[in-house]
Design a protein around this ligand. Structure first.
Ligand code: KIV
Ligand code: ZN
Length: 510
């Protein structure tokens, strides 16, 4: 049996289904580029029929990425498959991922159907998809709870119809590792044409067993793993890429290879956490802040005597800095450059100087500078915003004409303008534009709500265009208009708009 394990990354599809963590196309392309550099074999880029945004993202990623296969998800529905094929038209290597439920739960209660009927629909979907794309992956949804005999029948039929990969998802995260491994073994031994396709593990983490199940699948013959960075995904998440990659690397005796450049894991983990605004739990395996932190005296002593006394992974193997080089207010530019390069920021002499100045500002108020601080410094977030919202007042409602009064502090100087608009957000943005007296085009505006009993917040993402350059901003507040203006200003501050503000303020008084 071949020893290569294919890494199928679904951070941008299953991972992105986490409420409140949606990325825009621009951000998805950035992640896809980093996944390519990381060495994944397949990028599941989205579910194109689900929204125009998902469609656009698959198109954009197909154009931006060359080496990995780009995969688009569909249901076993002709329209979905046509749309997916269309979204993949620019992809160098393309795959359609179609499928249908395979457990009796799904067959009865989701499809109100029979085993024979869903099997027929699955086969028809593969045949239809094959008209557009050669590489077809079929998912037997909820395979974790499916009857193995029926599952084998389904797998055999879809391979006969042309599926090149068959995904055996534990959709509900139900299986025990031994049980999931046995399922894969059963398929390997009972599906006659199994040698014509690859079996894939797609495990969810509802009982904290996603990684264990995936490894059990691989040990029993599966050769593709479906994973996400930081294990993000719906509910308790998916199998985490970094855990599987490091298990294969650490347990060399398994003799299983993959193309993951493990040193790139940590910077990408930070990027995903930051973009999706999803903090990494401190004790998360491989990428958590404490994953390599030894705090007890006995452990520290042991590690200093011989690292492998308490560490099975060299932190540098996953791109985590050697603990000896700690950044504090006394660190010099060389240490800063070392850490920034490790995180993927390659700076010129001038930009290093600029970053160093911001770093010193932050380091003065903190004992130690963590990687998350560096990322924020580089993205301008810790830098004192040149333009700040001081006050906002809006009037709106049925039959009222939406009006906003905005007060900005520009380098400490108060400026105010009032505007009407087609809604309160539009009025407030217009008031900001008036103060700055600049041409700023709003390219994208996205609101997500985060509802919890005591604290309902709106998260707003915006993308603006200023002289053909795009900037992204983010704002969060219990007031949706305030969150919107904060996001707008967050993006504007990234332009280096100080110059704009200086030019605009003299003319912009209300
Ligand atoms: O968990 C699951 O079953 C899925 C499929 C759509 C592949 O994500
Ligand atoms: Zn899933």
């Amino acid at each position: 049996m071949d020893n290569k394990i294919f890494f199928f990354d679904t951070t941008l599809r299953d991972g992105e289904q986490v409420p409140g963590c949606q990325l825009n196309t621009h951000e998805k392309v950035e992640v896809a580029r980093q996944l390519e550099a990381l060495g994944v074999d397949v990028i599941e880029a989205g579910f194109p029929v689900s929204s125009p945004g998902d469609f656009e993202s698959v198109v954009a990623i197909s154009k931006a990425v060359r080496f990995p296969t780009i995969c688009a998800l569909t249901r076993a529905v002709e329209k979905d498959i046509e749309v997916a094929a269309e979204s993949l038209r620019f992809a160098k290597h393309k795959r359609i991922h179609t499928g249908i439920g395979s457990s009796d739960y799904h067959i009865k209660y989701k499809f109100n159907s029979t085993r024979d009927q869903v099997l027929e629909r699955g086969v028809a979907a593969v045949k239809f998809a094959k008209k557009f794309v050669e590489d077809i992956e079929f998912y037997c949804e909820d395979a974790g709870r499916a009857d193995n005999e029926f599952l084998a029948r389904m797998v055999e039929a879809v391979i006969a119809a042309g599926a090149t990969v068959v995904n055996i998802p534990d959709t509900t995260g139900y299986c025990l590792p031994e049980e999931y491994g046995r399922k894969i073994r059963y398929l390997m031994e009972n599906v006659k044409n199994v040698d014509k396709a690859i079996l894939s593990c797609h495990c969810h983490n509802d009982l904290g067993m996603a990684t264990a199940n995936t490894i059990a699948g691989v040990l029993n013959g599966a050769r593709q793993v479906e994973v996400t960075i930081n294990g993000i995904g719906e509910r308790a998440g998916n199998t985490s890429l970094e855990e599987v990659a490091m298990i294969l690397k650490t347990h060399k005796h398994l003799d299983l290879q993959c193309g993951i450049e493990t040193q790139r894991i940590y910077p990408l983990s930070l990027l995903i956490s930051k973009m999706m605004r999803m903090p990494i739990q401190p004790n998360k395996a491989i990428v958590g802040r404490n994953a390599f932190a030894h705090s007890s005296g006995i452990h520290q002593d042991g590690v200093l005597k011989h690292r492998e006394n308490y560490e099975i992974i060299d932190p540098e193997d996953v791109g985590v800095p050697a603990s000896s080089i700690v950044l504090t207010a006394r660190s010099g530019k060389a240490a800063l450059r070392h850490h920034l390069e490790r995180l993927g920021y390659h700076l010129t002499k001038e930009t290093l100087q600029e970053a160093y100045e911001k770093f010193l500002e932050v380091a003065d108020s903190k004992k130690e500078i963590a990687d998350e601080d560096l990322v924020r410094i580089m993205d301008g977030e810790l830098h004192h915003a040149a333009i700040e919202l001081n006050r906002l007042q809006v009037t709106c409602g049925k039959s009222a004409s939406p009006t906003a009064t905005v007060e900005l502090l520009i380098n400490g100087e108060l400026r105010r303008a009032s505007e009407i608009g087609n809604g309160p957000v539009n009025a407030a943005f217009r008031a900001v534009d008036r103060i700055l007296n600049e041409q700023i085009d709003l390219e994208e505006y996205l609101v997500q709500s985060n509802i919890n009993r005591s604290y309902d917040t709106a998260k707003v993402h915006v993308r603006i265009n200023h002289h053909n350059r795009s900037f992204i901003g983010f704002g969060v507040d219990t007031d949706i208009v305030t969150a919107s203006v904060e996001a707008y200003l967050n993006a504007i501050n990234k332009i280096g708009i100080l110059k704009v503000a200086d030019a605009g303020t003299s003319k912009a008084m209300a």
